[in-house]
Design a protein around this ligand. Structure first.
Ligand code: SAM
Length: 468
């Protein structure tokens, strides 16, 4: 789960979870109040308005919430499914939507008598999944049968074994509580629960089983209430560069979005779901963006057993291991796996290439005397090993050339992979494959860009040392 970013004393930003894209509420609408559009600019923006959804949903939700949710936005169609559009001029700083907690699905919507039966082992995702089952039993069917079927397939075939085991364990943990409330959860089976759980912790992968073994982390909208599903806001599409995000206002018991810029009627309003790389977006949301500033690449550097002073180096690196920093875009970690971000060329310090990576390479290239110096240096300072350049210039170059050689190897592999994707214009590509190809392309080119930036910086660093 993501950590919340504290924005003010009472406000929190959310990071978006794919669960939010399901329009549970939309599908339950039965009556159709009409919206009135009066001005010509309003008429202009109606062309992409999703009439059915727009006219049904917001009035229904506002009625349920007993309050205005938005007077500035309409639901429309975009290249990426439904989206929210400005229905009147919006100025930076305007509050464009406000969704009260009362119409959100969050763990604390579960009746307290049920919640009190849960121990710490029951996650927020499981509680919201249970809430969905509860709502279903209460007669509020949020999804059409067709939609349910569509999702059921994905749930069964795309969940990892690990996730299945986790869900089973969660089900066993909630079962004693649901058994005590048959009026709310009559005959809830593991299958029902797994299904609801997957709706909450929705994970889309971009192959049928390509990514089954990759651990996937949830990216739920999370606040102090736990995971929440926030209707209407879940029509907002993502723009990684947008400053706008969904905020939770604990004091007012609502979630809101404040416009970060001006919008004319008809402009699509986008928010940032979080600082996600394309690999995170692909795994958890099923889309990529063409140029993602949060892209990163991982490079592995091992100590070959035949290396001079192998044991000593290994022991030193273990002893002075830096604590791992949790990053939203990291899926796997190991002491030898380093995450690189794009290195801006102006940066003299090579920011983007982790210091721990450079330190690792320095240790690998050091002789016995240098290792002993590195050890005493770390012990006398902040405990971090080999953070400064090695005194021996050629050894410092050797260390960086080692990193460079690994990165170059990876660049070549990425180049070959991108070439093998073939041209995007191929007539033979069916739409689904064209989309997947595009995602693969965005993903690989983003990571390649990061690797190339690191390579360029390392070359320049080594060249400067050679000249000096
Ligand atoms: C919270 S929903 C937004 C509403 C969505 N467009 C819909 O029709 O339901 C998130 C989903 O919208 C799509 N999406 C959002 N932003 C996108 C973007 N920048 N590019 C491609 N797809 C996007 C993805 O399918 C994503 O899983």
């Amino acid at each position: 789960m993501q950590t919340l970013v504290l924005v003010g004393s009472a406000n929190f930003t959310y990071t978006w979870c794919p669960l939010a894209r399901r329009h549970f509420f939309t599908l339950s609408v039965r009556h159709r109040p009409k919206l009135k559009f009066s001005t010509s600019s309003d008429k202009a923006c109606r062309s992409y308005i999703d009439e059915e959804c727009d006219e049904d949903f917001l009035p229904w939700l506002e009625q349920k919430a007993c309050t205005k949710i938005s007077s500035m936005l309409s639901i429309g169609k975009s290249a990426h499914g439904r989206a929210l559009y400005a229905s009147k001029p919006i100025q930076a700083g305007d509050c464009i939507l406000r969704v009260p907690y009362s119409v959100q699905l969050a763990p604390d919507n579960l009746p307290p008598e049920i919640c009190s039966l849960f121990g710490d082992e029951v996650s927020s995702v499981s509680k919201v999944a249970l809430l969905l089952l509860h709502e279903q039993k209460m007669g509020q069917i949020f999804w059409s049968d067709d939609e349910l079927e569509m999702i059921r397939q994905s749930v069964i075939y795309q969940e990892t074994i690990k996730q299945r085991n986790h869900i089973e364990k969660q089900f066993m943990a909630i079962k004693p509580a649901t058994d005590q409330f048959p009026q709310c959860f009559e005959d809830v089976s593991l299958k029902d629960f797994a299904y609801a759980h997957a709706l909450v912790l929705w994970t889309r992968t971009f192959g049928d089983d390509l990514f089954l073994d990759i651990p996937v982390t949830s990216r739920a909208w999370e606040s102090s209430r736990g995971v929440s599903m926030i209707p209407f806001a879940d029509f907002l599409n993502h723009d990684g560069t947008s400053e706008a995000c969904l905020m939770s206002h604990e004091g007012k018991q609502l979630s809101e979005v404040i416009a970060e810029r001006d919008y004319s009627p008809g402009d699509q309003v986008l928010i940032s779901y979080g600082k996600f790389s394309n690999s995170s977006l692909v795994l958890d949301f099923g889309f990529t963006v063409p140029y993602n500033i949060y892209d990163q690449a991982q490079v592995e550097l091992n100590i070959p057993q035949h290396y001079h002073l192998f044991q000593m180096k290994l022991e030193l690196l273990q002893r002075f291991k830096a604590p791992a920093i949790k990053d939203v875009n990291e899926f796997s970690s190991s002491e030898k796996l380093f995450t690189i971000k794009e290195v801006k060329f102006a940066s003299k310090k090579g920011r983007g290439i982790p210091q721990s990576f450079r330190a690792f390479a320095r240790v690998l290239c050091s002789n016995a005397q240098e290792l002993s110096d590195l050890e005493s240096g770390a012990a006398q300072s902040d405990g971090r090993l080999a953070r400064s350049p090695l005194k021996n210039k050629s050894r410092e170059i050797e260390a960086h050339e080692l990193i460079l050689s690994k990165i170059t190897e990876q660049i070549n592999e990425y180049d070959a992979c991108i070439k093998s994707l073939g041209p995007s214009t191929s007539q033979n590509l069916v739409r689904k494959h064209a989309l997947r190809r595009q995602m693969a392309h965005d993903l690989l080119t983003g990571e390649l860009r990061v690797l190339k930036s690191a390579s360029a910086w390392l070359k320049k660093y080594c060249a400067t040392l050679l000249e000096g």
